[in-house]
Design a protein around this ligand. Sequence first.
Ligand code: GLN
Ligand code: ZN
Length: 768
Amino acid sequence: MLTNNLGYPRIGSSRELKKASELYWSGKTPIENLLQTGKEIRANNWKLQQESGIDLIPSNDFSFYDQVLDLSLTVGAIPKRYHEVILNKANTELDLYFAMARGYQKDGIDITAMEMTKWFDTNYHYIVPEFYKDQTFKLFSQKIVNEYNEAKRLGIKTKPVIIGPVSYLLLGKEKQSGFHRIDLIRNLLPVYLEILRELENQHVEWVQFDEPFLVLDLTPKEKDAYTYVYKEIRKQFPKLKILLTTYFEGLKDNLELAASLPVTALHIDLVRAPEQLESILAAIPNHLQLSLGVVDGRNIWKNDFQQSLSQLNLAAEKIGESRILVSPSCSLIHAPCDLELETNDQTLTPEIKQWLAFARQKVDEIVYLKQLAGKTPSNHAITALQDNVAANQSRRTSKLIHHDAVKNRIAGVTEKDENRLNPFSKRRIAQHNALKLPLFPTTTIGSFPQTPEVRSWRAKFKKGSLTLAEYDALIEKETEETIRFQENTGIDVLVHGEFERNDMVEYFGEQLAGFVFTKNGWVQSYGSRCVKPPIIFGDVHRPAPMTVRWSSYAQSLTSKWVKGMLTGPVTILQWSFVRNDQPRSLTCKQIALAIRDEVCDLEKAGIKIIQIDEPAIREGLPLRQSDWQEYLKWAVQSFRISASGVRDETQIHTHMCYSEFNDIIQHIADMDADVITIECSRSQMELLDAFADFNYPNEIGPGVYDIHSPRVPSRDEMVLLLEKAKAVIPAGQLWVNPDCGLKTRHWDETKKALIEMVEAAKELRLSV
Ligand code: GLN
Ligand code: ZN
């Protein structure tokens, strides 16, 4: 039995890479400093894994930005527009790489960045490869070989990791019509063979090919590509040990294909899809080794040794111990680095901490599991097992986690709780009478600029150099100015500006029971950007109102309506580390009830319009289409529970960022929000077609300008977009608003843009 790791976090346990990258980008430090930081992080990671006892230690899992971009550079998939960057001799390979990731603006040259998108269903984002018809590839960067040799010089033999050629092509996008990117496989494969030749010259033993697309729905052509590629590699490298990894889902109908590929070992995810173990054990040929992903690479919970051991023992019984590798379910880049850095007993109490394991601890778990699965485990390992059983037992019964009141309330939820009192057709009349809004009412999505000043107040308050009263007074002043600006501009439905919030999930998590926060639990989101997701550890409930104070304050300042602003249950769930001791759907319902309480309290406090943001609904979709219905059912149900406690005349809004709505429009409609605002301007209102074709019955605010750019849009272009919208959606259903919240914008551009937006709405009113 071998221990095997698929990838280790590369941000550095104190986010060293973020700091070094940003200093280099801003021109404050030379490239040598950044290179040195990268080298130290790699060395630390390798040594740590070697000392822990990992047999197959990954290399090339390090990246200065993103592993998919690394590969694009390696195989020379560099779009033409970046060739100018190479022409400047002062630029290094790394500068070219960053230009592709972040765009390039220097010496009169202005090149846009490559597109970025989500890595499967994680919160990690990768740089999307761009493909052209008949594109050829050539070995451009030696990163993979260099890193292997770098580790070798430290006395550590590693297993280079590379994204497999089929998954690499499928991760990209065609930038031209008339071909499918999988057609490029024959052009791409020779570069892989060249890399393998070089690695072989360096006496590499194992190479890990990541092929996560094997867990997705595949076309016959894509399946053929798998067979072609791995047969060809095997033919040319009969002795090379190939570990083919799959993760984030079960193999399901692709099992036969995966088992037929001529590789040395197949890795499967037993955290996401434990049920696949038996069928896989039965299906694999005698020569194939199996890497069992038993330690959760996507979450922060301590492994359940007893359960993992039963899986390992079952496998050992069926195929023999020597054919087994013990592994995390996927790369550990999705977990924070090191639990031991959490030293604040107040926020993360010892009771909760004993239930957790971050990347470093997960590496130890893998090693213990191998020892425990063997014939003669060390005393050390036996003690570790006892501790593990005790910790998991404490978690199953802890009073911190389990609240009868929450469980009883969930059990008592009925269909009535998921439905407003009357259908939209009736509510609409009640709302029009109560709110008396003009045609094309104007509003914003919630946040106004979070200036460095506003953030500095919060930092000072947290440090203790501002009292609560002083902090509140500053936020009140900022809120009042924002209300006055909106009144003066003639916006119809105002917002308070969300100045009191650090983040749209953290702000609620901090006030809900069942959540904890880490000091240093950072996970890479993209490039140098890291997030620190809250941990939902127990039954969720709302001990006290969360937003009523700020919404009421804002409403007290004005005779116009101020919209209450909440984050929805699915989004809170999606952007947190979630409990694994109950279904996600149940945790989501608990959050939904907590938000419902808040919605009802806002109504009681006189707030007439309440927005429940759900930007993460679409990204929560399962990887396999056959699982969509079940997810959508509970996601929509949760939203409805949160929104349905109010009277007819209280208007519920929801907001979603850029999404494809076509295939889920029925479910969006089922959410039954009175008004939905969506991101639309970059698609020139094309996203509205899904709503038009569906005859979407409720009201819609298609974003009329892009808030991701500082550019101030002209009144005319917004009028044009609204005309487009009006052509497909009845005027009486349309709202006018920006694409999303304004927190990342500056005040001057925000003011100018909103003044123009209000004028655009006025112009439209004249035209009907
Ligand atoms: N109300 C939030 C804001 O304006 C919505 C943000 C989002 O959808 N991501 O900031
Ligand atoms: Zn948004």
